[in-house]
Design a protein around this ligand. Structure first.
Ligand code: LIP
Length: 288
C-alpha cells in the first residue's frame, strides 16, 4: 500500500525555498520561449486522446526546455511531464510539469495559458499518494507569476516585479458564486459534463470557462473566481495550482483529494456547500 499524501514528509523550508526559486525561474523562461518564439501559424504536431486533444511544437519545445533546466539543476529528481518524455529519479522529489496548460488557447491565440511547474513528494501517478510542496504558474501573456511553497503562503509577481499576496473572495453564498470549470476532449465526457453544468447554473452567479486548470486554481486563490471544479484533470494540470490555491487559504478538494475523478476549489465561505454540490453532481452525472 503506497503511503498516503498525509504520511509524506516534506523537505525542510530551506530546500523548499531553493526549489521555489528554481520553479519560478524555469516557468518564466519556458513562458518567454512559448511567447517570443510563437510562430505566426501555430501548427498541431500531433493529437493524443482525441482529434481535439492537440500538441503543438511549442508544447514539446517548452517541455524539452523545462526538462533540460531541471536535469542540469536537479539531476537526481524525477520529472513527470504532460508530453512524451520525462525522467526517473532517486531523490524522492518529482517535478510535475505542464509545458503549456491551455494548449487550445495557445493554438487560437487566446491569452489564457500558462507554464505550470510543481515539485512534489510521493508518486504523482498514484491518486492520493502524493502532494505538491512547491508550485509556480506563469502566464507569459500577462506576465503574472503565481508562486507558493508549503507553509509559505501564495503570491503573484506582476510586471515590474511587484509582489501581491493572494487571498480568495469573501463569497459565502452559492447564488453569488462565480464558478470556473472546464471540459474534456472526449465528446461522451463533455456530454455528461454539460449535464452537470445545467444542474449547477441556476444555483450560482455564473460560469467561466477559462481553458487552463492551472490558471483557474490560481484565480480562486487570487479572488478572481469564487470557486472552480473540473473532472478529468491530469497531475500536471493541477499540481502547482492545487498548492497555490491552498496556500492562499482557499479550500481545495476532490474525491479523496484533488485528482482525475474530481478537483474543486472554493473561497472558505463556500465550504462545505460547494464541495458537496460538485461531489454529488459528479456522482450523478459522471460516475458510471
Ligand atoms: C487543459 C486544462 C483545462 C481543461 C482542458 C485541458 P491542457 O489542459 O488545463 O482545464 O479544461 O480541457 O485539459 O490540455 O491545455 O494542458
Amino acid at each position: 500500500m503506497p503511503p498516503t499524501a498525509h504520511d509524506l514528509t516534506l523537505p525542510d523550508d530551506a530546500l523548499a525555498a531553493t526549489l521555489e526559486a528554481l520553479a519560478a525561474d524555469i516557468a518564466r523562461s519556458a513562458g518567454r520561449l512559448v511567447v517570443d518564439e510563437r510562430p505566426d501559424a501555430v501548427e498541431v504536431a500531433t493529437t493524443k486522446s482525441s482529434a481535439t486533444d492537440v500538441v503543438t511544437v511549442m508544447d514539446q519545445r517548452s517541455q524539452d526546455h523545462l526538462i533540460a533546466r531541471l536535469r542540469e539543476a536537479r539531476p537526481d529528481d524525477a520529472v513527470l511531464g504532460e508530453e512524451s518524455g520525462g525522467a526517473s529519479g532517486t531523490s524522492g522529489i518529482t517535478w510535475v510539469i505542464d509545458p503549456i496548460d491551455g494548449t487550445v488557447n495557445y493554438l487560437y491565440g487566446i491569452p489564457a495559458y500558462a507554464v505550470s511547474v510543481a515539485a512534489v513528494v510521493g508518486d504523482p501517478k498514484t491518486h492520493g499518494a502524493w502532494r505538491p510542496f512547491v508550485g509556480a504558474v506563469f502566464n507569459p501573456v500577462t506576465d503574472e507569476l503565481y508562486l507558493a511553497r508549503a507553509g509559505g503562503g501564495s503570491r503573484v509577481v506582476v510586471a515590474g516585479g511587484v509582489e501581491r499576496q493572494l487571498s480568495p473572495t469573501a463569497c459565502d453564498e452559492l447564488g453569488q458564486a462565480l464558478v470556473g470549470t472546464g471540459f474534456g476532449y472526449a465528446a461522451e465526457r463533455r456530454d455528461r459534463q454539460g449535464r452537470l453544468v445545467l444542474d449547477l447554473l441556476p444555483q450560482i452567479r455564473d460560469i467561466r470557462r477559462i481553458g487552463s486548470a492551472a490558471l483557474d486554481l490560481c484565480a480562486v486563490g487570487a479572488g478572481q473566481l469564487d470557486a472552480y471544479y473540473e473532472t478529468g484533470l491530469n497531475p500536471w494540470d493541477l499540481a502547482a495550482g492545487w498548492l497555490i490555491a491552498t496556500e492562499a487559504d482557499a479550500v481545495v478538494g476532490g474525491l479523496d483529494g484533488p485528482g482525475e475523478a474530481l478537483t474543486w476549489a472554493c473561497a472558505p465561505g463556500l465550504d462545505p456547500i460547494f464541495g458537496s454540490l460538485v461531489v454529488e453532481g459528479t456522482a450523478r452525472h459522471l460516475r458510471d
